[in-house]
Design a protein around this ligand. Sequence first.
Ligand code: GRF
Length: 194
Amino acid sequence: MKRLVVFASGSGSNAQRVAEYFKEKGTARIIGIYCNRSDAYVLKRAEKMDIPAVVFDKEAFFRSEEILRRLEALSPDLIVLAGFLWKMPDHILRAFPQKVINIHPALLPKYGGKGMYGDHVHRAVIAAGEKESGISVHYVNERYDEGAVVLQARCPVMPDDTPETLAKRIHALEYAYFPVVIEQILGLKNHSSD
Ligand code: GRF
């Protein structure tokens, strides 16, 4: 059984989707959900799914090695950022080379970087008059949204889209693709079989 750790800051619908997908498959499981906000809905989801959750602050994450030590003790096969809004510190990335991935709700390298998260992304895509948007799953390096892309999937941007309607379409793509990409990265699925 492969071991996943998920970092999330908000609702956590992707975290739940990934947890449920692998619960059904029985090939991997989320062994911890790490969250930087004590009021984030992902914590309620974690409780319902019986997944241990850890809430941490900047001190534990950036300035001490507390979270690093916890992660090392968990020995995850993959660390998955799913709507996680803090930058991964270098000391954690160095300890888990090629083992941290992120999902971004746009077609990188466009609409990435600091401040480009959630509705900010969708608003910018609509304001630029883009005809399509999508999702990017990528490895995480020390710069926001710049690691190697593993998968992109596309969807149209409709003329009457609002950030909310576009976000809904993007979330549907995320739910369809994210667990499958994770499965491929973990070597649980043949790349040519999807
Ligand atoms: C997703 O759109 C993800 O791409 C972005 O933040 C959103 C998180 O949604 N990074 P949720 O918390 O998984 O519902």
